[in-house]
Design a protein around this ligand. Structure first.
Ligand SMILES: Cc1cc2nc3c(=O)[nH]c(=O)nc-3n(C[C@H](O)[C@H](O)[C@H](O)COP(=O)(O)OP(=O)(O)OC[C@H]3O[C@@H](n4cnc5c(N)ncnc54)[C@H](O)[C@@H]3O)c2cc1C
Length: 339
């Protein structure tokens, strides 16, 4: 059975089946609402449901505090009125399935491969900085990876793949050689950063959470952004900060860019001159000329949860200005929540 979902204070509405998530129906209708994991973890699709009845697939702990619900986890039981903090309408986005070829596969760290993929000659892909794709495995399973290249490099795709012990695609990724074929579906996820070039943006990432940050900052550098940007990149050891050369480029092309490496191993932190500890600790120790107004964070669910807590409690950030991509695993739907 279908129900009508009305966006509050607008003329926009769309239909949603009672067996469908409100987020999926919105995206299908071209109503672009920020989202990432679609598994009830990242919190990007939180919105007020002002009128009507709905079914929750899982209880989101922040619902009580914020009065919001995760649209990826709610199905309508009646017509609804919803109020997402951010949305816009566009032509319904259709995911494209593309055959790509490996043209380079580099081991950038003992447990990270940089995978460079080429589209068929003459084909280009359209995506926004920070979006991700799904790799379709031979048995039909999907694995998500963030594009690390910026949207203007549209004839190729770069992925940063961390090896997970016993992981299906982790094993495949290590063995890929130039000429190998993969099937990918793209583009997914919608993190909407503010267009305000004056506000201070803090990017925080752990491990291969650097991939979407690279896409976002390469894009801002291309736009000659004047934004104050601070990047904290955390890893267990120095090897995990596998692309430090690239950071030197932003130090030249982004006039108000600051970088702080964050390393958990004390000897590595000392030799690199990095902050010793975890990224949430580094935020507390940050020496900044201006207050942080927006945060983009990417990494494991626990790391993103710890960063969100510090940003909201210690920096006084509004939760709608905290954007996250959470590297949830294929098995972890709703298993971890951002506190
Ligand atoms: C939106 C999105 C974007 C992502 N982008 C990236 C990216 O750019 N780079 C990247 O490296 N990963 C990224 N991931 C994670 C990625 O999709 C896979 O989950 C991960 O690479 C493991 O896949 P696999 O097939 O090797 O392991 P699987 O076969 O899925 O898992 C094998 C075993 O390992 C466990 N496991 C899986 N992943 C992890 C983990 N991260 N930590 C601990 N245990 C785990 C599983 O629970 C399972 O027991 C992203 C995830 C999402 C949702």
């Amino acid at each position: 059975m279908s129900h009508l979902i009305q966006i509050a204070d607008s003329e926009v509405s769309f239909t949603c089946g009672s067996d469908q998530s409100i987020l999926d129906a919105a995206l299908k209708a071209g109503v672009q609402i920020p989202y990432s994991c679609k598994k009830g973890v990242c919190g990007n699709c939180a919105a007020h449901i002002e009128k009507g009845n709905f079914q929750r697939l899982l209880i989101w702990p922040e619902a009580q505090l914020t009065g919001q619900e995760l649209l990826c986890q709610c199905r309508p039981q009646t017509d609804l009125v919803i109020k997402p903090p951010q949305w816009h309408q566009s032509t319904p986005a259709e995911a494209k399935k593309v055959q790509v070829k490996v043209y380079r596969n580099v081991a950038a760290a003992p447990d990270v491969n940089l995978l460079h993929l080429r589209l068929p000659a003459g084909q280009r892909i359209k995506f926004r900085a920070g979006q991700y794709l799904n790799i379709v495995l031979p048995d039909g399973q999907l694995r998500s990876y963030s594009m690390a290249n910026p949207p203007h490099e549209s004839d190729s795709i770069q992925l940063h793949v961390r090896h997970v012990e016993g992981g299906l695609f982790s094993q495949i990724a290590r063995q890929l050689i130039p000429g190998d074929v993969l099937y990918v579906e793209l583009a997914y996820g919608q993190v909407q950063l503010s267009q305000d070039d004056q506000s201070h943006l803090l990017c925080v990432c752990g491990g291969t959470g650097f991939a979407p940050v690279k896409s976002l900052l390469d894009d801002l550098a291309k736009q000659k952004s004047q934004r104050q940007i601070t990047l904290l990149w955390g890893s267990k050891d120095t090897a995990g900060l596998y692309l430090l050369d690239h950071i030197a480029k932003w130090q030249k092309s982004l006039p108000h860019f600051k970088f702080q490496a964050v390393v958990e191993t004390e000897s590595d932190a000392l030799s690199l001159g990095a902050f010793h500890g975890r990224v949430d600790g580094a935020i507390l120790a940050m020496d900044s000329d201006s207050a942080v107004q927006e945060v983009y964070c990417c990494g494991s669910p626990n790391m993103v949860a710890a960063v969100k807590k510090v940003c909201l409690n210690a920096l006084g950030l509004q939760s709608e200005n905290f954007h996250a991509d959470v590297f949830v695993t294929s098995q972890s739907a709703g298993a971890t929540h951002l506190a």
